[in-house]
Design a protein. Structure first.
Length: 134
């Protein structure tokens, strides 16, 4: 083991004492930056309604279709049964080929069907009035 001598300690203290201005300046800049960030107010943000999260099914038929798709996602989601039911053919094929995205996609889809408004079913648009995006 290396021994620390008094000369090494003295040299280290001189180095720190010689650069105290830099250390103080760095601390001041950091504190000013944090204060600026904490005291700034965000711009007027509009409420985002992406994916139709704020919308609920308009009719009883749409509600029943959503609940059916939710149950299919819960019990047969690994095989894409929910997407076959909702006529999302491409999603259903990929979900079937990957066995529900190795289980992860199936769990996420159950959550998305429960929350509602993300996927649409036949005759009931999902994803708000921009259903062509989904």
């Amino acid at each position: 083991m290396a021994t620390v001598t008094a000369k090494d300690i003295t040299r280290g203290l001189r180095l720190v004492a010689g650069h105290w201005q830099h250390v103080t300046l760095c601390h001041a800049v950091l504190i000013c930056g944090l204060l600026l960030k904490l005291t700034s107010t965000p711009s007027n943000l509009t409420k985002r309604d992406w994916g139709g999260w704020g919308e609920r099914p308009q009719t009883e038929q749409c509600y029943k279709q959503e609940r059916t798709a939710t149950l299919l996602a819960l019990y047969l989601g690994a095989f894409g049964a929910d997407h076959w039911y909702a006529r999302h053919w491409i999603l259903a094929i990929f979900k079937l080929l990957t066995v529900g995205g190795f289980g992860i996609w199936a769990i996420v889809d159950v959550t998305l069907w429960i929350v509602g408004g993300y996927y649409g079913t036949p005759g009931c648009p999902g994803g708000s009035d921009r259903e062509w995006l989904y």
